[in-house]
Design a protein around this ligand. Structure first.
Ligand code: ATP
Ligand code: MG
Length: 556
């Protein structure tokens, strides 16, 4: 590969890294994924995970998992554990153990003292409203706080009072003394420590003051010698502050680079809104198979490989956009097509009696498990006098045989892996619904041993009535009916799709599925991909439909 070709295939972050390694600006790649444990990870986080861990893998570096746990009232150990499970499931290695910003609370406190001693931070007694009003707006300079020029000694003793718990919540904050007239609002003396008399899920009651995001994030990056601190574009305005703090504290010079966040059609990627869906019972939980969480996708039947391949296809951009959800669906079809065994599952069963088949005869028909993978082998399907086919495969009054290859009166089709059958009659109930078909099979036409010379175009799936396994299938559609949820201005819950879940209890499966276990994925021939749901038990086999077979993306 010539140098130019190589350059073209790199994204802008990889390009930057390669330039830095070449020029000697950096000698190693250290990244981090910094989730706040205030919810479950979603597909947007997956993009960031694949980016950060992927770069570490590619450049022989390391990626830390660091919990950004500075808002104790919203955070919990449940979320920490769920995040760890998701990252492990995706197959990434974050070294010996996860890291926590809360492990740095002592150091961050020392850093705050250092800033105060340098005259670069002060205690402000103004209320939150007064502080915010003093910042004014970007077109005019802000108004300096009357407390801005307190002495170092006074600031130190007031900060100690904040830490000791003698100052009440909301009475004081620590602000960095940066620049009240900066056009960048982030630089107008940001709050870096506030009093919160809440216990923390890891440090308990040790602290009643907690650092703000801006005074925790860059400092934690620096403590971990992070060379590439990658974050989404909304943090662009924070970069000058990130740099200012590192510079004033004279610590390891981590550097922030922004990339476009993932937005996905028909999908919400905001933990706050996903939490609302859970709390208001619009879904059954964070891992509801309709949720865009990693745990939801896992339960829905997505594989780690499909999510990683999706993230790679989306790529890394500098500008926000909305990704077509068809790309995600394409990624899982592509992966399951290689991995999932084919089986017969009849979603809307119609009984067929093969009238010239002996009552007690069962013939075992060999069936290919996966045409994409010879090593998946074969299984035997019992064929009996009574079978079920898909109701939609029969028409009482079908169009011409050129347009309709399936069954109709006097029409012939092949039962896949079985014989050719011809429809000789049918029964109806009083309401006019077809209740049963009568067919005759041609003994000369056994699949693989056909001596009849007959040619039929239609091939149908079927299951033996006597051997069929009953199941429930949960069919999912998009959780929202609106594609671009970034542009709506009413409540996002107004855009929920009322038909996002349909439960089908009539499903009949081929007998090999009796031994299917939770988490097993299959392709139901001509229907889609399905996975056994953890709600299943011995008496009730439940499948989630992962995705249908039709692929709009690869056609495009
Ligand atoms: P949310 O808005 O859902 O709460 P967040 O950014 O506040 O997301 P964090 O837990 O702070 O959630 O995010 C951890 C990391 O994941 C951050 O580096 C963040 O930039 C990244 N991230 C979050 N959402 C997306 C997204 N939609 N696309 C790409 N990266 C994302
Ligand atoms: Mg965040």
């Amino acid at each position: 590969m010539s140098e130019n070709e190589n350059k073209e295939s790199l994204n802008f972050i990889e390009q930057m890294i390669e330039d830095d390694l070449k020029s000697g600006k950096n000698s190693f790649v250290q990244t981090r994924f910094p989730p706040e444990p205030n919810g479950y990870l979603h597909i947007g986080h997956a993009k960031s995970i694949v980016l950060n861990f992927g770069l570490a893998e590619k450049y022989n570096g390391k990626c830390n998992l660091r919990f950004d746990d500075t808002n104790p009232e919203k955070e919990s150990t449940e979320y920490v554990n769920a995040i760890i499970e998701d990252i492990k499931w995706l197959g990434y290695d974050y070294g010996d153990k996860p890291l926590f910003t809360s492990d740095y609370f002592d150091t961050l406190y020392e850093y705050a003292i250092k800033l105060i001693k340098k005259g670069k931070a002060y205690i402000d007694d103004q209320s939150a409203e007064e502080i915010s009003a003093g910042k004014t707006n970007p077109s005019i300079p802000g108004i300096e706080s009357p407390f801005r020029n307190r002495s170092v000694e006074e600031n130190l003793s007031l900060f100690e009072e904040m830490r000791d718990g003698t100052a009440s919540e909301g009475s004081r904050v620590l602000r960095a003394k940066v620049d009240m007239s900066s056009p960048n609002m982030q630089m107008r003396d940001p709050i870096i420590y506030r009093i919160k008399k809440v216990a923390h899920h890891r440090t308990g009651d040790k602290w009643c003051i907690y650092p703000n995001y801006d005074f925790a994030h860059g400092q934690s990056d620096s403590l971990e010698n992070v060379t590439y601190s990658l974050c989404t574009l909304e943090f662009r305005d924070h970069k000058p502050l990130y740099d200012w703090l590192i510079n004033e504290l004279e610590i390891f010079p981590s550097e922030q680079t922004e990339f476009a966040r993932l937005n996905l059609g028909y999908t919400i990627v905001s933990k706050r809104k996903l939490l609302q869906l859970v709390e208001e019972n619009h879904v059954s939980g964070w891992d509801d198979p309709r949720m865009p969480t990693i745990s939801g996708f896992r339960r829905r039947g997505y594989t780690p490989e499909s999510i990683k391949s999706f993230a790679h296809k989306v790529g890394v951009a500098r500008r926000d956009g909305v990704t077509d959800i068809a790309l995600l669906e394409h990624s899982i079809r592509e992966d399951l097509n290689k991995k999932a065994n084919r089986v017969f599952g009849i979603l809307d069963p119609l009984k067929v009696v093969i009238t010239n088949w002996p009552e007690s005869k069962t013939e075992m028909m060999p069936a290919v498990n996966n045409p994409e993978d010879e090593s998946a082998g074969k299984r035997e399907m019992p064929l009996t006098r009574e079978i079920y086919i898909e109701r939609g495969d029969f028409k009482e009054d079908p169009p011409s045989p050129k347009k309709w290859y399936r069954l109709g009166p006097d029409r012939e089709v092949r039962l896949k892996y079985g014989y050719i059958i011809k429809c000789t009659g049918f029964k109806k109930d009083e309401a006019g619904n077809i209740t049963e078909l009568h067919c005759e099979y041609d003994p000369q036409t056994k699949s693989g041993h056909d001596t009849s010379g007959k040619k039929v175009k239609g091939t149908l799936g079927w299951v033996s009535a006597e051997h069929a396994v009953k199941a429930e299938v949960r069919m999912y559609d998009r959780l929202f009916k609106t594609e671009n949820l970034n542009t709506i201005d009413d409540d996002f819950t107004n855009h929920l799709n009322p038909d996002s879940l349909t439960i089908n209890n009539k499903v009949l499966l081929e007998p090999s599925l009796a031994s299917a276990k939770v988490g097993d994925s299959f392709q139901f021939e001509r229907q889609g991909y399905f996975i056994v749901d953890p709600d299943s038990d011995e008496n009730n086999l439940i499948f989630n439909r992962t995705v249908t077979l039709r692929d709009n993306w690869s056609k495009m």
